[in-house]
Each structure stands twice: as C-alpha cells, then as structure tokens.
Design a binder for this molecule. Structure first.
Ligand code: ADP
Ligand code: MG
Length: 394
C-alpha cells in the first residue's frame, strides 16, 4: 500500500522530527570519509526547510551500544551537512532532555537542528516506550527518511511513529517505490542475479525471487553449494555442507516455477584467497583438488551478460566473486558493466553489491542502488519492514 510522504502533510511552521541515516564512515581524526548518506537525505531536508518547517534531524552512527562514546558523536556530520546545505546547522550534544528542548524552542522556521547519536541510549534499539515518548515530545510530525534502518523496529523510526503522524521522506519514498515496482509489477523478462559468500544469508531472498523472476543467475561463493548439490567437485572452495540439500530443493523449486536457473559454466580458481595468488579460469567440472573457486569465469560473464541484454527488469544482490581482490574482481565488474549497458530497469540491493557497482564506475547508469543493505534484503524476501509499516497509508 502506498505510504504518505512529506508532500501529503502540512509542515509549515511545524516541528518536524526527521529520522535520517547519517551512519557515515569516519577516519581516525573523526572526519567524514564518505558523505553519500548525508547527500541522500538532502532532498528531504531542503524541501522541509523550504516549506518553513523547523527541522529536527536524528540519526544513529556506529555501534556505541547504548552508551555515550566520544568517537561516535555527530559533530563532524553537522559540519559536512552545513556545507551541503549552505546554511547553518545547529548541533546539540544530546538527543533528549532539557538542553534539546530549549534548542528546539529556539529553532526558527526553515532552520535545521541535528540531535546527538540516538544509540547513546539503549532505549533506541530496544524501542523503549519512555525513550520514544521523550523523542516524540520534541516534534509534531515524524518524517522517516532512513531506509537503512527500516528493517528494525527502533524507538526513532517505530516507537515515535506510534505517537506522531509519520510519513516517508523522499529517499524512503524512492526506495519503497522502486523495490515495490520490481517485485510487484516487473517488466519481463525479469532476471535476478544472486551472489555473495553464503547461500544461508540469502535463502529467503532466493525463495521469494523464485516466485517472481523468469531467470535466476547464481554466482559468488553461494554457487559452490549448488555445484555440490549437482554432484560437482569444488576442491577447497567455500562450502556450506549443511545447505547442500536446500540448494537442491531450490533448484527443484526453480524447475516447478519454470524459472531458468543458471549456474556458472566456468570459474576462476586459485590455491588461496590472496591478491597475488596464481588465478586461472577453468570449466566448472575441472576444478583442481586444492583449488578454491573465487570468481565466475569469462564464459559465464558472457553468458550472464547475454541474459541481461534482453531483460526488462534486473535485480542484483551479491558480488559474483571476491571482488575486493583484483584477480577475482573481473566477474563482478563485467556483470556490473553489463547491467549498466542494459536497457532494463536495474535495481541493486546489498551493501557489498552497491560498493561493487561504485568500484566498477557505473553507479550512475543503474536505475536504483538501494541505500539499505539489510533493509533491501528484507524487502526482497517479501517481508514487511517495521519502519515502513509504521508510516501512514495514503
Ligand atoms: P551484499 O552485501 O551485497 O548482500 P554479501 O555480503 O552477501 O553481499 O557478499 C559479499 C561477499 O561475498 C564479498 O565480501 C565477497 O568477497 C564474497 N564472495 C563472493 N564470491 C565469493 C567466493 N567465490 N568465495 C568466497 N567469498 C566470496
Ligand atoms: Mg554484505
């Protein structure tokens, strides 16, 4: 069901609590090294400021485990935000309490205030009613723009939403729209590419996608378990021996659902997971005894790319090899380029997959790269996300 967004409520003059995902990486000096997530929230922040709302931003950063931790303060975020906004941003050293209330009272129309790290309080992740009440008391409306935490029912995105009218920000709206569109009414052929280290991380996603897609391409470490299920020798490769039976069942389900499930026909093997290991491509039935499968081979890249060429919708989750190391990055980079060249609606879920597409330099030519790793996977599993469910329906 469609959710209300910032456009559907009157925010002028209102105190608007905005849950953003400013969980950015910091260097040793505490400076922001990647501001992608701050930039991603800018459309919502600028819109609200432009509509004369009193904008109160709240986020978590890192894992301070419910305690004040000096290295996880949001001051550096406020500095970067101020630059991006081109207007002053006031920062307070707490996210609840008197000092915060006073700062909120002083906030003028169109002005922006950033609260301190929500996870300095254990009540955030535990969704404690008392903590949620204190946060909610600061504002009139909740805008949730933090898709990255939408798969968790925390105080700021769930508890507060029970107490205040809650609507989606623009980033949240885009994520919901894109992911619902590909799962709900995909153009066909619909092709999914699954990779990553382990099949156990992705069982729910594969299971759900098998009811939706026309073609399922499998690579990465998880393919090994499928190879094994098909009776192939995989040398010293990563294997989840307790998931071989399940892999077999998934292949059977694919057959029942008339989904074409394609496994790699050739693979890159090496004696060790090392950037200077002696890597070579072999047919999938010729993996040497001491070899480890660390990437898909060139023939597979070609075969998979052909499938992407005439697809109308593509969902990709999980790198196809150990792309962090050059000898094993070619498969993932090749598929990333094929995706960029495709005319299809292309959607990427998963943190490492998003990083891989960035690394390939083709991020700008992908329809949608989800900003939420875990949240996008939950969505692809077909599960309702608590942070989304809590928003008002249109
Ligand atoms: P995402 O974050 O996009 O959901 P995953 O976390 O599931 O992706 O998987 C990413 C990891 O999988 C990467 O660190 C990559 O090195 C690893 N990986 C991919 N292929 C293999 C393989 N053949 N053997 C071991 N690890 C692999
Ligand atoms: Mg990952």
């Amino acid at each position: 069901m469609a959710k209300k967004t910032v456009r559907d409520v009157n925010v002028s003059g209102k105190k608007v609590l905005v849950r953003v995902d400013f969980n950015v990486p910091l260097d040793k000096e505490g400076r922001v090294t990647d501001d992608t997530r701050i930039k991603a929230a800018m459309p919502t922040i600028k819109y609200l400021a432009g509509e004369k709302a009193r904008v109160i931003l709240m986020s978590h950063l890192g894992r301070p485990k419910g305690q004040v931790n000096e290295s996880y303060r949001l001051d550096a975020v406020a500095v970067r935000l101020e630059q991006l906004l081109g207007a002053p941003v006031r920062k307070v050293d707490d996210c609840i309490g008197e000092q915060v209330r006073q700062a909120v009272d002083e906030l003028g129309e169109g002005e922006v205030l950033l609260l301190e790290n929500l996870r300095f309080y254990p009540g955030e992740e535990k969704n404690e009613p008392g903590f949620a009440r204190q946060l909610a008391s600061l504002g009139d409306i909740l805008v949730n723009d933090a898709f990255g935490t939408a798969h968790r029912a925390h105080a700021s995105n769930y508890g507060v939403a029970q107490l205040l009218p809650a609507v989606a920000g623009f980033l949240m709206e885009k994520e919901i729209t894109m992911l619902s569109q590909v799962l709900g009414s995909p153009g066909r052929p619909f092709v999914a590419i699954m990779g990553g280290a382990k099949v156990s991380d992705k069982i729910g996603v594969i299971d759900n996608l098998l009811t939706k897609v026309d073609v399922l391409l499998i690579g990465g470490g998880m393919a090994n378990t499928f190879f094994k299920a098909g009776g192939l020798d995989i040398g010293k490769s990563l294997l989840e021996s307790d998931k071989v039976e399940l892999a077999g069942q998934l292949m059977q389900k694919a057959e029942e659902k008339r989904v074409q499930l394609l496994l790699p026909v050739d693979v890159v093997v090496a004696p060790a997971v090392s950037p200077d290991a002696d890597a070579r491509a072999v047919p999938v039935n010729a993996v040497p005894e001491g070899g480890m499968i660390l990437d898909i081979g060139p023939q597979t890249v070609q075969q998979f790319s052909d499938r992407l060429k005439n697809a109308a919708t593509v969902v990709w989750n999980g790198p196809l090899g150990v792309f962090e190391m050059e000898p094993f990055a070619h498969g993932t980079m090749g598929i990333a380029r094929a995706l960029a060249d495709s005319q299809a609606v292309t959607v990427i879920g998963g943190g490492d997959s998003a990083a891989a597409v960035e690394k390939a330099g083709v991020a700008g030519r992908i329809t949608h790269i989800s900003t939420g790793g875990g949240a996008s996977l939950k969505f692809l599993e077909g599960k309702e996300l608590p942070g989304v469910a809590a928003l008002q329906d249109k």
